[in-house]
Design a protein around this ligand. Structure first.
Ligand SMILES: [Zn+2]
Length: 317
């Protein structure tokens, strides 16, 4: 397997497309010496969790979110085919539900349904016969990625006829909601619409059941228990987040974690991410999320609001 260096100059890459920061690499190296992945895995298995490696991609066009150049995608996929058993996400979900061995399994997911999936990823996936899931926000089919703030490039989303051309034996289409907005704290009626409408629209478009979902934005703050309950009631089998982890469990089928690669990752980085050496990022995200929600909670609490009111009334005098 030959590994070509990325043909894209680094300055073209947005911050979220650069590889792990120096600090992350240093922490990971330290944890690797401490055999972090082994004891993290042991703890997860004690908690009834098992390996569940789901790789997330977005775009393959410069300026797109998390963009991966075509030549990089090719060596990623060749490496995955060599090292792992690449299975459809539905297969991994069934294995998790039945507690079958999942150690070698990897599932591929691509969010947003950009046209570049068809021009870049689909030909390589077809050539290598690797299954993948494409998550499409149905309100934007044939439109553009308007949910991103400028200056990020607007990318075209695949049209209905392009989506119909996909080989259903190779690519499953999943829902990425209707409007691509965070689902947390949405009223139930809006949640129902995002889940059920996107599912039924895709099903009538493609003529196959749609059982997979990807939460828009996908971080811990982008979904909640109500959203998960609505997905379950709507008949989704599995849903993916952007929480980082290589372990999951049957009870987490509707909020599965994922991992992703940066355009600047080398094969060593990719293998380390697959092996779980970066799984400590999950705990870091959890701590950040708890701090954020505590801060929001305190800021909105009655005593703090009373202090603010007093301050502003004093200022007006
Ligand atoms: Zn998205």
């Amino acid at each position: 397997m030959s590994v070509a260096p990325s043909p894209w100059p680094k300055r073209l890459l947005a911050p979220d497309e650069t590889g792990p920061s120096q600090l992350e690499t240093a922490v990971t190296a330290m944890l690797r010496r401490a055999q972090f992945a082994r004891w993290y895995g042991a703890v997860n298995r004690l908690r009834g969790r098992q390996r569940a490696v789901i790789v997330m991609y977005h775009s393959f066009t410069p300026g797109g979110w998390g963009a991966i150049p075509p030549s990089t995608l090719r060596w990623h996929l060749e490496l995955l085919r060599e090292l792992c058993d690449v299975v459809p996400l539905t297969r991994l979900a069934v294995a998790l539900a039945n507690r079958e061995p999942t150690d070698r399994m990897v599932s591929l997911t691509v969010d947003d349904g950009y046209e570049d999936f068809f021009t870049v990823a689909y030909p390589i996936l077809s050539e290598l016969r690797l299954p993948a899931t494409l998550f499409v926000p149905t309100g934007f089919i044939g439109g553009q990625s308007e949910w991103y703030r400028r200056p990020r490039a607007l990318l075209r989303i695949a049209s209905a006829s392009l989506l119909r051309e996909l080989d259903p034996g190779l690519v499953s289409v999943g829902s990425h909601s209707v409007h691509h907005r965070p689902l947390a704290r949405l009223p139930v009626a809006a949640l129902e619409h995002e889940a059920r409408r996107s599912k039924s629209d895709l099903e009538s478009l493609l003529g196959v059941p749609v059982t997979l979902f990807a939460y828009p934005f996908g971080g811990r703050g982008a979904y909640d228990d109500a959203a998960t309950a609505v997905l379950r009631a709507a008949g989704f089998q599995a849903a993916v987040t952007t929480r980082w982890d290589t372990y999951s469990a049957a009870r987490e089928l509707l909020r599965l974690p994922r991992v992703w690669f940066a355009a600047t990752d080398d094969p060593g980085d990719v293998q380390a991410k697959l092996a779980g050496d970066f799984d400590w990022l999950n705990e870091r995200e959890l701590v950040a999320h708890l701090l954020r929600s505590t801060f929001t909670h305190v800021r909105n609490s009655a005593p703090v609001r009373a202090i603010k009111r007093t301050r502003s009334s004093l200022a007006r005098r």
